[in-house]
Design a protein around this ligand. Structure first.
Ligand code: ADP
Ligand code: MG
Length: 218
């Protein structure tokens, strides 16, 4: 569907409602890096990291591999350290703190793939839309310097600033037909490459996401 794959060093947005498989798809993406011996970074803003790991182990992912670095930035009541010197309360103040923390982490280690899951959480913490846009754009520019491929997940369906600024958008959808759930995946945007514009069926199985790239829905 991607005509060979994603272009490295760029940012991609994975959009879809709850339970569509955004997290699983992101983990697939990271674990492919791990298989190649790459160091990868996963930042969770919604699901606590231990629960995530438990679920991903069940799907057969090598989540305990030291090349996989998982960081928990989920909301907690007590002041808790996420990265050395950073606390959730600071994160909650906005994107700026997260950007700063991610930058520090990228300087420390050579990561090739980074996931922020979901970006929606950050947006919710930022009151000023203009400030969010400015910070988001600065973040993408900054990330470009480190040559990492970035996945951002989002539960927001409407087109927003992220859609315009990233290099690619992949949408995950679920439909109900005759009491059955059908899942569809579609590449909406992919800068710098030709791509398959047709929505293709996919399934979430005990080994993760399977895309039927030759089939159509209906
Ligand atoms: N072992 C499994 N077999 C089949 N489906 C599964 C399995 N594990 C998880 N799922 C499906 O994956 C969904 C969760 O995927 P997830 O990536 O967490 O979604 P999102 O991040 O978009 O909310 C569940 O709602 C369920 O439908
Ligand atoms: Mg998720």
């Amino acid at each position: 569907m991607l005509n060979g794959g994603l272009i490295p060093g760029r940012a991609y947005l994975i959009k879809g409602g709850p339970g569509t498989g955004k997290t699983i798809l992101s983990i697939h993406f990271l674990m492919e890096g791990v298989k190649n011996g790459e160091k990868v970074l996963y930042i969770t803003l919604e699901e606590p990291i231990e629960i995530l790991k438990e679920d991903m182990r069940k799907l057969g992912f090598d989540i305990d591999n030291p090349l996989f670095v998982g960081i928990d930035a989920t909301p907690v009541k007590e002041k808790r350290s996420i990265f050395e010197g950073f606390h959730y309360e600071e994160f909650a103040k906005g994107f700026t703190e997260l950007v700063r923390a991610v930058r520090e982490r990228l300087k420390e280690d050579k990561f090739t793939r980074v996931v922020i899951d979901p970006i929606t959480m950050i947006k919710l913490t930022m009151e000023d839309e203009l400030e969010y846009r400015r910070t988001f754009l600065a973040f993408l520019k900054e990330i470009a310097n480190y040559n990492v491929t970035l996945f951002l997940t989002s539960e927001v369906y409407e087109m927003s600033i992220e859609d315009y600024l990233v290099s690619g958008v992949i949408e995950l959808k679920t439909f109900e037909t005759g009491g059955k759930t059908v899942r569809g995946i579609k590449v909406v945007k992919f800068r710098g490459s030709d791509f398959d514009e047709t929505m293709r069926p996919y399934k979430i199985t005990s080994s993760g996401i399977e895309v039927y790239s030759e089939e159509t829905i209906l």
